[in-house]
Write a protein that binds this ligand. Structure first.
Ligand code: LLP
Length: 463
């Protein structure tokens, strides 16, 4: 979003402070479909509704803060990815974005596979009924226990991330008399245009085995020699919240180059290539994400072209979208507690959650939108910063936004596009109780992850 100051001053300032905002939207009550889940709208009274239920009713039944996930939207997006890639490719939903047993069931029913990256995610995937052969197991430092559990369960693939792991997985599989299907994750040396902390394919970071200096080729040599491993392909994940396809283009070019070298050296054509996840979503009206069918078309064309150039059979492609499926499908509902106008600066609006339910603003300087959800208002726009209730001045949910100037304690406000990496990165800082996730569809709302209680916190406390 642009950092320009808006010419029409807000209620509390003659000169606007530096910020991330552009102009206030023409209509503060409007809900931009780009950032809101599919069934979100306002009812005749002006109250925001999702899946046919208004947020005042939802707040009464489930409390605030709470995440509300639009199940129909989730299923539609999952299906769109599945359909876009077709039967000759696999879509692995990245469970780290948000995972629960209910979500696993939806994914299973919509024909998706699942990427997990810890023993906890693996247990949830299995408990939710995902067949093990549709699970990919990731991570840069999987423990022996985690690997053992994954091999025992019969996961479809383990993505190897280091030389030590090649030996560990081979040893564990052999000792069980098994041959584990694996991919090798390589670092292709791409600088993805995203926040440093979520870019993963440049050389100077912890993931994958570097391609450029020949280490990836050496990893392939070793993996091919070990009886416990069946090397099925190469994996590359370049980062997250990416809009520009050129990074994937370079990644595909380099991965296919490796497949060609493997064919030339070993006489084997690896049958699969995984291009990871990372496709961006709209957090504000300024973001323009691509549709799954455009992404599928672009990626398959790139891979086919590269393979043709290298005279290779086109491998089966897999992708691992997390954010692009779940991100837009949920919003967080908060109640406004206190309002502090700071003369010449902005108005601080404190809500009943904060960095414990959305750490992304503090961690990545992420931008979010916000709306007054429990009513509409014709009041003029007021520049606000939505902050939480934690003992930290960086406890910011929405850095800069406009809300109606008649905002009052007790109003409900909603922050869209919080389906990904919010509940999954939630914490108990200040002994906050992590909010519930409530699935809403067809005028029916049910808790899929319940709110934590003080008993939950005390249960861990020993002595
Ligand atoms: N595959 C692999 C191997 C990954 O590491 C990730 C994300 C994904 C797929 C899914 O990426 P997505 O499609 O969701 O962008 N906490 C950060 C994002 C970290 C992503 C880590 N890996 C955030 O809140 O932006």
């Amino acid at each position: 979003m642009s950092r320009s100051a808006h010419p029409a001053g807000p209620r509390h300032a003659d000169v606007l402070p530096e910020g991330h905002y552009s102009a206030p939207p023409a209509d503060l009550n409007a809900l931009d479909p780009k950032v809101w889940a599919q069934t979100v709208t306002r009812d005749a009274q002006g109250v925001v509704t999702v899946g046919g239920i208004d947020v005042k009713t939802l707040a009464e039944r489930f409390g605030t803060p709470a995440y509300f996930i639009d199940e129909a939207d989730f299923r539609t997006r999952a299906r769109a990815w599945r359909t876009a890639f077709g039967p000759d490719a696999d879509v692995f939903y990245a469970g780290k974005a948000f995972l629960s047993r209910a979500v696993v069931r939806w994914l299973y029913e919509e024909g998706l596979n699942l990427d997990v990256c810890s023993g906890g995610e693996l247990s949830t995937a299995l408990a939710g009924g995902m067949p093990a052969d549709r699970i990919a197991f990731h991570g840069n430092n999987k423990s022996v226990e985690e690997i053992t559990k994954a091999v025992e369960a019969g996961v479809g693939r383990i993505v190897l991330d280091s030389f030590q792991e090649i030996v560990r997985v081979a040893h564990i599989a052999s000792s069980m008399g098994k041959r584990q299907r694996v991919q090798i994750r390589v670092t292709v040396g791409v600088e993805a245009h995203t926040h440093e902390f979520i870019a993963t394919a440049h050389e100077d970071q912890k993931f994958g085995i570097p391609l450029a200096d020949g280490q990836a080729a050496e990893a392939v040599r070793r993996a091919l020699q070990l009886d416990g491993l069946e090397l099925i392909g190469i994996h590359s994940h370049i980062g997250s919240q990416i809009f520009d396809m050129s990074g994937f283009e370079v990644a595909a070019h380099r991965v296919v180059g490796l497949l060609r070298d493997i064919r030339d050296e070993h006489g084997v054509e690896l049958p699969e290539i995984d291009l990871g996840g990372g496709l961006g979503i709209a957090y504000t009206s300024d973001d323009d994400p691509r549709e799954p069918h455009e992404i599928a078309k672009a990626l398959t064309e790139i891979v086919s072209r590269e393979c043709e150039g290298a005279r290779l059979r086109t491998p089966r492609i897999s992708v691992e979208p997390g954010r692009a499926i779940v991100g837009p499908t949920a919003f967080t509902l908060y109640e406004v507690g206190t309002i502090k106008p700071l003369q010449g600066l902005r108005t601080y609006v404190s809500v009943d959650g904060g960095m414990s339910d959305n750490i992304r603003t503090a961690l990545y300087d992420a931008e979010y939108s916000v709306c007054l959800a429990s009513r509409t208002s014709d009041a003029e726009p007021m520049l606000v910063r939505i902050v939480g209730k934690h003992c930290e001045s960086g406890d910011i949910v929405v850095r800069d936004a406009f809300l109606p100037a008649d905002l009052a304690p007790g109003d409900l406000i909603a922050v869209p596009a919080t389906g990904a990496y919010c509940r999954s990165m939630a914490s108990n800082y200040n002994h906050a109780l992590r909010p519930p996730v409530v699935a809403v569809s067809d005028s029916d709302a049910r808790v899929i992850v319940r709110r934590e209680t003080e008993d939950d916190l005390l249960r861990l406390d020993v002595g």
